[in-house]
Design a protein around this ligand. Structure first.
Ligand SMILES: [Zn+2]
Length: 176
């Protein structure tokens, strides 16, 4: 028997789980090998130390005590974010667009012209598009668009905010 085979068998040897033949081989090697003999005694020390360990038991009601302490903690403060700026921001955007348009910095006709040129490929007269845009009052549609944007975005933003505020698994923990 070599050293590694001996070391592998030591635990079973000490527990008396080896066959008489294997047990004899191990004891023969231990008698002849100082290294394995020292290893065996270290193993016996560890076994003895483990056997002497007393099991640690939590005090009665430990879990309930921890959970009630957590429940009594004040909920973490989250900064309240107001949404007043959202419609203001959108109105400002549209105002800037309107001012730039009025000042002839932006030309809303230009994207229309591009669209018209594109549409011409589909046999739609550019003039018809322009007349349609004038007829349906682009400005009115812009205002209506802003209103719709606000009407949709604010409930969505508020829903997201309340969803985020409800997060946090430990918040409001209760002892069952
Ligand atoms: Zn050995």
């Amino acid at each position: 028997m070599n050293c590694s085979a001996c070391k592998r068998s030591l635990s079973a040897y000490n527990d008396g789980d080896l066959s008489p033949r294997e047990s004899l081989l191990v004891s023969g090697h231990l008698a002849a090998c100082a290294e394995c003999s020292a290893y065996s005694s270290r193993l016996a020390d560890v076994d003895a130390a483990l056997a002497n360990l007393s099991e640690i038991q939590p005090a009665a009601g430990f879990t309930a005590a921890v959970m009630s302490k957590i429940a009594s903690l004040p909920a973490p403060e989250r900064p309240r974010r107001s949404l007043w700026w959202l419609p203001a921001l959108m109105l400002t955007e549209w105002l800037i667009l309107a001012v730039l348009n009025a000042a002839h910095v932006l030309h809303w006709q230009r994207p229309l012209a591009v669209t018209a040129a594109f549409a011409a490929d589909f046999s739609i007269a550019a003039q018809t598009l322009y007349r349609l845009a004038s007829h349906f009052h682009i400005g009115v549609w812009a205002v209506a668009g802003t209103g719709a944007e606000i009407a949709i975005l604010i409930p969505v933003a508020m829903a997201v905010r309340s969803y985020v505020a409800r997060g946090g698994a430990l918040r409001g923990a209760r002892v069952s």
